[in-house]
Design a protein. Structure first.
Length: 394
């Protein structure tokens, strides 16, 4: 194996690696540009490439395009390491956005300037949050290219992202939630709505609950062990996305009482249908005992919200309402983070930072109750002329 270095410009070098001949007998070479005024940097990179090739870590990419690499990463990494829902989302962005704009460019020619230009054009049609997600996908795919030996550095590290604009979070006040429940009282989805705001569970987690996961009598808790996802029109149960999502959530006494009564009604319904309610039956199901379609729940919830006169309220906002009420009632952030299944307390604090900022006045009022009243005296008269003056002597 031979390697060569030649100057391409005042501050750049080209590495050429001769890796032998391919199956067709043609000479195979690996090219890489090193942007540095020092030849020693190019020599260092050449030594790294030679070592990687000898170990079989690096493969000659030839004229690999960005489109080819993105699809290879999608099937080689994303499909085997992420959930089906994540795979679908990443595949959609790759096929509908990244490849049409960047796909024809050779992977090694994917410079920060090219990526920056793509983000600028994308911001004309998409929100900054969406562009941030595109950046995350592209950056992770290029990290994969580095591990495979196709790139020496990640051009995404040198790109400036658009300033994110956080969408104001919509939470329900206690009075608004009373109005919502009043309008949902005669709806078949009332039990799900009430449980959602009382537990903070996600929609998919609620729809996947079995009676064996709910204990309103002894532990007064709900165990989250799976979730219901709809993929390409088909509903299926899956394990939680992360280890933090697999959790046990404590119930309020009111929720425990409600679920006991709700279970008694379900048992009576099953007896009328000539069946017996078992621990493996779904807590929230249709008359046939099958899972409720998430789209159907979302559609019906939108109707209830409209009838209640509440604007821009989604089903997921019930989860935000749960967390907000917990914070306002003085619950510890770690407890709320564990109940929500977040990966860290820091993430929870970031999501609900606006609520925490509004709690400072209440916190100061509590501190005022603890601290004694200060007594103002004539402290100025008691101060000596040299008070607070440092001596120049050692």
């Amino acid at each position: 194996m031979k390697g060569y270095i030649r100057r391409r410009g005042r501050y750049s070098w080209q590495i050429t690696l001769d890796v032998g001949r391919g199956p067709d007998g043609r000479r195979q070479r690996v090219f890489e540009a090193v942007h540095s005024p020092r030849k020693s940097d190019a020599q260092k990179r050449l030594a790294e490439l030679v070592a990687q090739l000898e170990k079989g870590v690096c493969r000659a990419p030839g004229r690999l395009t960005a489109a080819e690499h993105l699809r290879n990463w999608l099937t080689g990494y994303v499909k085997t390491n992420c959930s089906l829902r994540t795979f679908d989302a990443v595949q959609s962005i790759i096929e509908n956005h990244l490849i049409p704009s960047l796909g024809r460019i050779q992977l090694k020619q994917l410079s920060p300037q090219v990526i920056q230009d793509y983000y600028g054009k994308a911001c004309q049609k998409l929100s900054p949050r969406s562009v941030h997600y595109h950046h995350r996908i592209l950056k992770q795919s290029l990290r994969y290219a580095i591990r495979q030996g196709y790139l020496g550095n990640n051009p995404c590290d040198l790109v400036d992202l658009p300033s994110p604009h956080k969408k104001p979070m919509r939470t329900l006040t206690p009075s608004e939630f009373d109005v919502l429940l009043e309008n949902a009282s005669s709806n078949q989805f009332y039990p799900i709505i009430y449980t959602a705001v009382s537990s903070g569970l996600r929609q998919g987690e609620l729809l996947a609950l079995r009676w064996r996961d709910v204990d309103p009598d002894i532990t007064m808790s709900i165990s989250v062990n799976r979730t219901l996802l709809k993929r390409r029109g088909v509903c299926r149960f899956e394990e939680p996305k992360t280890s933090h999502s697999r959790r046990r959530v404590a119930m309020t006494p009111k929720l425990a009482s409600f679920l006991r009564e709700y279970r008694a009604q379900r048992e009576q319904l099953y007896r009328q249908l000539g069946k017996e309610l078992t621990l493996d039956d779904l807590v929230f199901a249709n008359l046939e005992g099958k899972p409720i379609d998430p789209s159907v729940l979302t559609h019906n919830f939108a109707k209830i919200v409209k009838r209640a006169g509440l604007e821009s309220v989604r089903f997921h906002d019930l989860r935000h309402t749960f967390a907000s009420l917990m914070l306002l009632r003085g619950a510890k952030p770690k407890v709320i983070s564990e109940a929500l299944g977040h990966s860290s307390v820091a993430f929870t604090m970031d999501v609900y930072s606006h609520i925490i900022e509004g709690m400072q006045q209440d916190a100061m009022a509590l501190l005022d109750e603890v601290l004694p009243q200060g007594v103002v005296k004539n402290f100025v008269a008691k101060m000596s002329p040299t008070c607070g003056v440092m001596s120049s002597k050692p």
